[in-house]
Design a protein around this ligand. Structure first.
Ligand SMILES: [Zn+2]
Length: 130
């Protein structure tokens, strides 16, 4: 997707703020361009996985009210690379058709990448900063 620098920074800031746990959230999109970032609480409070609860529900409500679409689910990998894990692949069916934005904090550097993920495949898609 296309995303403005300040929205990308919100994701990066969230990832750092939630260390040592994974952070997670949603991104609203319109015509392929990100419109808003929705930080969500990681209900799993884990460095290994994320679970979104009521925050995601509220995000989806706001996205619908604005006439946007759910464009991406994002989460962080505190200690591993920005690439979907087997766990991510297993859970991908929960969020069909959206991009998976992953931020790695492994090298102390945030570097979001985005993917189309299914249970059996991973395909990287560009994150274009606009
Ligand atoms: Zn993951």
């Amino acid at each position: 997707m296309k995303i403005a620098r300040n929205l990308l920074d919100q994701i990066n800031d969230h990832a750092r703020a939630d260390l040592p746990h994974e952070c997670c959230g949603a991104v609203g999109v319109r015509d392929g361009v990100a419109t808003k970032v929705y930080p969500c609480k990681n209900e799993a409070a884990s460095a290994m996985k994320f679970e979104m609860g009521i925050d995601l529900f509220h995000a989806l409500e706001d996205i619908e009210e604005r006439g946007d679409e759910l464009g991406a689910i994002y989460h962080s990998h505190p200690r591993t690379e920005a690439y979907p894990s087997q766990t991510d692949m297993n859970w991908s069916e929960q969020y069909p058709g959206v991009e998976w934005i992953i931020v790695s904090l492994r090298d102390g550097e945030t570097s979001p990448r985005s993917f189309h993920v299914t249970r059996s495949s991973v395909e990287e898609v560009p994150v274009e900063v606009v």
